[in-house]
Design a protein around this ligand. Structure first.
Ligand code: PBG
Length: 301
């Protein structure tokens, strides 16, 4: 199980703000991240993924690849404190662009049509900056075509030949990302992501996306979201030898948590049954906002 954390670039060391649509999940300052992760590590957490919320956003997502950006600083802090902890980073530009899209737009664009190839360069630069800061693995979530190869080449050229890439290979344009976008402040200010994320109707496209990413050099393939796409996880894990990861996204967490808070379900049993279903579908790694709580409460080891 991998846990997800949101780290905010702020001078307020005590900053810890609960995400209203994700009770129990927080936006954290660097200091608060250290404290939170420390407790999670004590409970047995071994792997996490980081999202950054920058101070400043612009059209070219400058802070995504700034050597001293918030994610880069968080990686250095975490790896210095817990060298054994696997620190993975989400590589995307949407939290860093002023318009909230996952890539750069043509000048004057009003519909959110991302320009694919110029975006690759920035994604590769972002991934490299994470690895230079000490990230154990990078996970591109932008869904641009060709980004795995672009990142692989950039990492190899810089000598990071052994750093793996976990590809968000199969990422559907899903309504289940709603709470995340509020958490990361990354909702597009106009247009939508249907130009680069996948149509939920499409099953075969999932196999095609996996094949492309495998050929480009991905080390782990991911399907996202998880619970509404168990058939896709199964099919991709049967068809490919690479380890499969599934991302149980913010909306999945929010639904279970809301029902649990209301006393409508047995939270522990529902969480474990959902995780088990994802595992049974073929996922070897699961990204879940429940990872920390499940460890702390002894639901999993
Ligand atoms: C960034 C990104 C998103 C998620 C992970 N990385 C949002 C999106 O594509 O809109 C969603 C995660 C979640 O809902 O938990 N591109």
């Amino acid at each position: 199980l991998m846990m997800l954390y949101f780290v905010v670039d702020t001078t307020d060391e005590d900053f810890k703000k609960e995400i209203p649509s994700m009770p129990g999940q927080y936006q954290l300052s660097l200091k608060q991240l250290e404290k939170t992760v420390g407790e999670a590590v004590d409970a047995g957490l071994r792997s996490l993924m980081l999202f950054g919320i920058p101070k400043h956003k612009d059209a070219i997502a400058s802070e995504a690849y700034a050597p001293n950006g918030i994610v880069q600083r968080a990686i250095r802090m975490l790896k210095a404190k817990w060298p054994e902890l696997q620190v993975v980073t989400d590589v995307c530009l949407c939290e860093y662009t002023s318009h909230g899209h996952c890539g750069i737009l043509k000048e004057g664009d009003t519909c959110g049509e991302v320009v694919n190839d110029p975006t690759l360069e920035l994604l590769a630069k972002t991934a490299l900056s994470h690895v230079e800061a000490g990230a154990d693995m990078v996970a591109p979530s932008d869904m641009m075509d060709g980004r795995i190869l672009a990142i692989r080449e950039t990492l190899d050229e810089a000598g990071y030949v052994n750093t793996p890439i976990m590809s968000y290979a199969v990422k559907y344009a899903s309504a289940f990302y709603g709470p995340f976008r509020a958490a990361a402040g990354s909702a597009p200010s106009f247009g939508d992501r249907k130009g680069y994320q996948m149509d939920p109707h499409n099953r075969k496209e999932a196999l095609k996306e996996c094949a492309l990413d495998e050929a480009e050099g991905a080390d782990i393939l991911m399907v996202k979201p998880a619970l509404s796409y168990l058939d896709v996880i199964r099919e991709c894990s049967d068809a490919f030898d690479l380890p499969m990861c599934a991302y149980s996204v913010s909306g999945e967490y929010a639904m279970i948590k809301a029902a649990a808070i209301n006393g409508w379900i047995d939270e522990e049993r529902v969480v474990l049954e959902a995780l088990l279903g994802i595992r049974r579908a073929g996922a070897k790694l699961i990204l879940t906002y429940y990872a920390e709580e499940a460890l702390k409460k002894g639901w999993v080891r």
